[in-house]
Design a protein. Sequence first.
Length: 609
Amino acid sequence: MSELGITLPLQADQSLASFCSQVASANGASSAREFCMHMGMQFQHVVDGTAESIERLAVLSGVGVSCLSKAAVIKQGGMYLINGEKLRRPFLRRSRLRYCPACLIGDNAREDRLPQARLYGRRDWLVSFIRTCPVHQIEFATLENPAGPSLLHDFTAVMRDKSLDLDSVLAGSQGRNPSNFEQYVTGRLTNGTASVGYLDLLPLYAAGRSCEMLGAILEHGIKVASDNISESQWWSCAESGFKVMSNGEEAIRECLTAFHDRFFTTSRDIGGRSLYGRFYEWLAHENEDSAYDPIRDLIRAHAVATLPLGPGDEMFGPLTIPRRWHSVHTAAREFGVHPKRLRKLAIGAGLAKEAAIDLTDDRILLDASEVETLIRHGREALSYNDARAYVNAPRVQWEILIKLGYVKPFVETATGPALKAKFSLSELDRFLAKISRSGIGEPVVGETYTIPDASKRANCKASEVIDLLLQGELREVAIDTMTSGFLAVQVNPSEIRRKTALIAHGGVSLKQAEKKLQTSSQVLRALLELGAIAPRIAINPTNRCPQTIIYPVDLESFKARYVSLNNLAIERDEHIRRTKKFLNDAGISAAFDPEKVHATFYERVKIPV
């Protein structure tokens, strides 16, 4: 039941203030304020969506409280709620009335409504982020000075008072589809969420304004003046910002990195304003709203992770995050090193790319975790020759140590010889400590030699001995206290020989083959030349030299097929002459020419049993 003689339905997209204005006009009141005064309530309370005014309007109109609440813009302190979504006052359009002329033309055509109450204001027209009618796909028109204070928020009365030529307004309207950003905002106002991830974590007003401001610097540059941006331009800016922010934190970081890249092409000092311009000024100085803290935190963390910023610098206040990067300028200042020397050290050590030589000191980035070590090494740096003398290694051994990476220069001149390399004293000490840690520190006794000599005696490479020392595999190690460094380390060649012996090749030497065949070297060589026995070349596992060998299987195969006259006589247990006569009488000839082989062999298969 309703208390009014004339009631109206609440439209699905209508605002509460507009509904009250429409009901007032239908019932003959000159304004919504006059109507509310007669009905025992205040129109401003309706505008503010107070519970009492909604309940009273529900009684008057017969429309349910829940429906009216969804149409309301509910004021809570300095915040306004629309269907639970939060907006600040600057993002509501009330003093400047916005509307879609096509929607109002359609309202006027509704003959089923009272003529004085046909027009109504849509709730979404109040939200600054929405600038396009989703039904008619045109931009909103704006009535800059709708009326005096008495008609403020009174949509139906204002439209009746202005008597707008809606057809002319429509003819001058710009057509466009609602942007993805506007659809996102509409979705949150309607459903409470739009499921795009990162933006959903922010209040609607913070999500919307962040997209607009980020888009402004993307579209117009970091020095953009917000006051000079038109509504149509804001529409485009919001969409540009939304394309980035709707894709989450990683997309935002990529966008910020693009601003960093632009910064490095300038000569400005590093800072929030020079990096992000208007976007930073807005977040840092024009509002202190904690709703934007997730964005501030993301920018701050990414800046520190990618730029030479750290404690002592400013980014939304003093930075406390540990430094990730130094520039040559900040590192030189912190560690008291001349920038030119630090620049050379950094490029030589590969901490900065050689291409950075053309950059200014504040544009060359250095990993903060490595800078202190670099500077310490720089202060104790030794030249190529001084380092070799310190390690006490013969020149050939020293070059092996460098070539195989046992000793690494921390600075190398890319265009110069190795003599210009610089070596860290502490790194050299660390290497020497590693190779001598197994030493017993006593005078040399027994069969121990320097690494170069021991490797020669063990027929292995010096690098193999060094590897065994570094791995702690050698036990028979002594330190010659009469000398120092590399040559002070003494090792046992016998132990090294055992540790470095190659895998046995599985064959027998020619000398061993002679014994197995019970023949001479001359005969064996002849058999090999004829191809009667297959020779192989293999690496001797002890001396690591190429060696002619015969596989046992080849020897056994030969012995199974052939037999010498001498061995056959032994097998028959008779004198060799008797065996020879037996073979001649049987007409059996030698398998090979005795003149060439220097011995007589027969095929076993031809010999009678």
